[in-house]
Design a binder for this molecule. Structure first.
Ligand code: HEM
Length: 510
């Protein structure tokens, strides 16, 4: 039902784009002329043949966009100049170019320049993801990386995640006892979103968890529209889905306002909320954080911090099911490190290098956010080519992490490649290593949730491998991807039946 709605909806937005094409015609024509004049004498990166007015739009309107961009790069090269109407785009698809670009231009490309809706807490101007790189962004980023998602904050919220991991385990035991199948993504989504809701709003928050999950599904289905909007920018981009934005924003606002009021009235703030309310009351310093800023940041965390780990758990389990030898080795490692009487917990992860390598390899092959979108603030040179100011940057991280010049057997699932190496690296090599593996993005605007994600995903996979055997439907999992969304999501449900390995439930340490 939801899929059918989305296909119709996508068709509507395609028609809308085509209509806009005609109304945009005259404007584009004159603007293009001006732009070409200003770019005279420039040596732009190579560009595939384009059509008049729409440029390369026809090449981008395909069901799975990171794969069509990959095809484009394999034919025309890893650094390309594309154009959508009058919007210039640089597409980067190789690890070496991403490395050079971010080594020299990180600050220059640290703004996304996304179109925003004034006053909206979703895709609005007070959001963190939409924030231009500058004083306010740096101020909030510091709070995020130290007080909200830093090592000490994650240690303080460990109890919440352990509670939820235990609930996840008990639910799987229940299914196993009844010989019922589960859909891995559904169970993973409950685990991750409940943990996230409680980390943000406190342990008492549970009534509206369902509502938040429903909103997250809607947001995910809109991701293709965001991409088009982000590329086309103001004023056309945002107008494509202003009504949907307002509706989702209003519903997030209702849930969050209610929870904030409850937290304040009963003096039951979560750790994260306490930090932000203090900043809101001006106790933290330079910049004033408003109530709208807090809500927008929480919406950003819900969106970025739930779907991505959920998808990662599903892809990782699918790879494990398709590779029984990997399942065997994982189980051997877990059984040898953890006593057979207790459940795996986050603090075990540093002692489980193979489990960590399996998660890393799943993220390499199936990065849930496959395209990074930024904007060049100033003109610059990349690989000797000119890039004009305000050009949109798209880094195809899906392609970068399958670059055959860097990765041996890039399409194979080989967790061993991430096992600690005995070789010691030079400083430059370490930087290069970091920049070729980029499921969490790069540089100043890279994802602040990577540590939290490794903890939640690692523990979830650990519980499923440590405690259950799995009966899957058919011989192999079908790894096809969902078309027409910007997140890399598996097309088919991952249905399987858990079978208890130990008759006696393991002790959980909560
Ligand atoms: C498997 C899990 C995750 C993956 C693969 C992932 C991936 C990404 C990527 C690719 C970006 C764009 C980075 C760039 O432009 O260079 C991003 C940004 C972001 N992510 Fe994540 N993410 C994950 C989990 C999380 C979690 C758990 C949170 C929060 C609790 C989070 C919060 C954010 C935020 C706030 C941004 C925007 C950062 C900025 O604008 O500076 N993510 N993420």
């Amino acid at each position: 039902m939801a899929a059918a709605w989305f296909i119709v909806d996508f068709q509507n937005s395609s028609i809308c784009i085509l209509l806009c094409l005609f109304s945009f015609l005259c404007y584009s024509f004159f603007f293009l002329k001006k732009r070409n004049n200003s770019g005279q004498g420039c040596v732009l990166p190579p560009s595939p043949p384009s059509l008049p007015i729409i440029g390369h739009l026809h090449l981008l309107l395909s069901p799975i966009i990171h794969k069509s961009l990959q095809k484009l790069s394999s034919k025309h090269g890893p650094l390309l100049y594309l154009r959508l109407f009058n919007v210039p785009i640089i597409l980067v698809s190789s690890a070496s170019i991403a490395y050079e670009l971010f080594k020299t231009q990180d600050e220059n490309v640290s703004t996304r320049n996304l179109p925003t809706n004034e006053g909206s807490i979703f895709f609005g101007s007070s959001g963190f993801i939409t924030q231009p790189y500058g004083g306010y962004f740096k101020f909030v980023k510091k709070i995020v990386t130290t007080k909200l998602l830093g090592p000490q904050a994650l240690e303080r919220s460990r109890g919440i995640r352990a509670d939820e991991a235990n609930r996840f385990y008990l639910n799987l035991i229940d299914k196993a006892t009844k010989n019922e199948s589960v859909e891995i993504a559904e169970e993973a989504m409950k685990l991750i979103s409940n943990s996230m809701c409680k980390m943000l709003l406190g342990k008492g928050f549970s009534e509206d968890q369902e509502k938040v999950r429903g909103l997250l599904d809607e947001t995910d289905l809109m991701s293709m529209k965001f991409f088009v909007a982000a590329i086309l920018r103001k004023p056309l981009g945002i107008s494509l889905f202003e009504k949907d934005l307002a509706s989702i924003s209003h519903r997030y606002d209702e849930v969050l306002e209610k929870s904030l009021l409850e937290c304040e009235q009963h003096n039951q703030s979560s750790d994260m909320l306490t930090v932000l309310l203090e900043a809101c009351q001006g106790k933290t310093g330079e910049y004033k954080i408003t109530r709208n800023h807090i809500k927008s940041l929480f919406v950003d965390f819900f969106i970025a911090g739930t779907n991505n780990p959920t998808n990662t758990i599903k892809w990782t389990m699918a790879e494990i099911f398709n590779n029984p030898k990997i399942l065997g080795r994982l189980r051997e490692e877990i059984d040898s490190v953890i006593e057979k009487t207790r459940l795996i917990q986050e603090t075990d992860l540093p002692n489980l290098p193979y489990l960590q390598a399996v998660v890393k390899e799943a993220l390499r092959l199936h990065p849930p956010a496959p395209l990074i979108l930024r904007n060049f603030r100033e003109a610059c040179k990349v690989k000797g080519f000119d890039v004009l100011e305000k050009t949109t940057l798209v880094v195809n991280i899906y392609d970068v992490m399958r670059d055959p010049d860097i990765w041996e057997d890039p399409k194979e699932f080989k967790p061993e490649r991430f096992l600690p190496s005995s070789r010691s690296f030079q400083e430059d090599e370490i930087k290069e290593e970091i920049l070729k593996y980029i499921p969490f993005g790069i540089g100043r605007r890279g994802c602040p949730g990577s540590n939290l994600s490794y903890l939640s995903v690692g523990t979830a996979i650990g519980v499923m491998v440590q405690c259950f055997d799995w009966k899957i439907e058919g011989d192999k999992i079908n790894m096809e991807e969902v078309p027409r969304t910007m997140t890399l999501t598996m097309a088919h449900p991952l249905k399987c039946t858990p079978i208890l390995r130990n008759v006696k439930p393991l002790l959980s340490i909560v």
